[in-house]
Write a protein that binds this ligand. Structure first.
Ligand SMILES: NC(=O)c1ccc[n+]([C@@H]2O[C@H](COP(=O)([O-])OP(=O)(O)OC[C@H]3O[C@@H](n4cnc5c(N)ncnc54)[C@H](OP(=O)(O)O)[C@@H]3O)[C@@H](O)[C@H]2O)c1
Length: 242
């Protein structure tokens, strides 16, 4: 049995106040890490800290603002692992009905926010550390109406591989989640959300949608495995196989 030990390691989670980031922060803290959770709203950071050990700390930063990102990492200083899970509710829509300016704006946080964060964080990451970014199954199994999501997720996979080459020996990896039950889906009102999850679950070999803890395990694996770089780990319940 493999057990991960993150004692004496400091992990910074951008988007760590909710969903995949918070679950990863909780799993990392349980494995001994000191964690710093970052997101744009103070109330959400405070709520996350209430669910983490006292050793955790939180910071507020809008990751679409490069000056805020630079100031964030100056304040954080040297650390071991970075996870980028920040994201906004999904914008789904058919090409013909999608406003181009709005579609373009959705890349600000997930693509350019990640790019900016890596640019300012990489020099601070200690030997043996890593960066783990977030993509999504849309990169390889898109459905009609998912063009913007697929664009973002595909860009993140290419970015990951390019960064792994350019920043080596710093390791850069990506987690590719399927549909995971988090606040990301809160824009879909109940009971439509429950119906959506049930419909997705019925089409998956796993027979259920994912939980944030399922995906947190993949983040920790990629941080821990010193031979993992330019890797994409898919955690999607078998999307597209059935
Ligand atoms: N859940 C899924 O089914 C799924 C599937 C595939 C991919 N993904 C991707 O995985 C990532 C994490 O998703 P999730 O499900 O964990 O979503 P989530 O629960 O909604 O968490 C998103 C996080 O991003 C933060 N955030 C939003 N805007 C920000 C900004 N401008 N600056 C800094 N932080 C910001 C949020 O906190 P604040 O509101 O406080 O800023 C929150 O901590 C996203 O990129 C998402 O697209 C999710």
């Amino acid at each position: 049995m493999v057990s991960m030990n993150f004692n004496d390691q400091h992990i910074v989670l951008l988007g760590g106040s909710s969903g995949l980031g918070l679950a990863t922060a909780q799993a990392a803290a349980a494995a001994g890490a000191r964690v710093t959770v970052v997101s744009s709203r103070e109330a959400r950071v405070d709520a996350a800290l209430a669910q983490l050990p006292a050793s955790a700390d939180g910071r507020v930063a809008d990751l679409t603002d490069e000056a805020a990102v630079r100031d964030l990492f100056v304040a954080v200083g040297p650390f071991d692992h970075l996870a980028f899970t920040a994201g906004e509710p999904l914008q789904l829509g058919m090409l013909a009905e999608t406003d181009v300016a709005a579609a373009r704006a959705t890349l600000d946080l997930r693509v350019w926010g990640a790019y900016t964060a890596v640019r300012h964080a990489a020099p601070l990451i200690r030997d043996g550390g890593s960066i783990t970014l977030t993509g999504g199954t849309a990169a390889v199994r898109p459905q009609a109406g998912w063009t913007v999501g697929a664009l973002i997720c595909g860009a993140m996979e290419s970015l990951t591989r390019a960064l792994a080459v350019e920043l080596a020996p710093l390791r850069v990896n990506l987690v590719r989640p399927g549909v995971i039950r988090t606040d990301l889906w809160s824009a879909v009102p109940e009971p439509d959300r429950a119906a959506l999850f049930a419909q997705v679950a019925a089409g998956l070999p796993a027979g259920r949608v994912g939980e944030a803890a399922d995906v947190a395990a993949a983040f920790l694996y990629l941080m821990d495995n010193r031979f993992a770089t330019a890797s994409v780990v898919t955690v999607d319940g078998g999307t597209g196989v059935a």
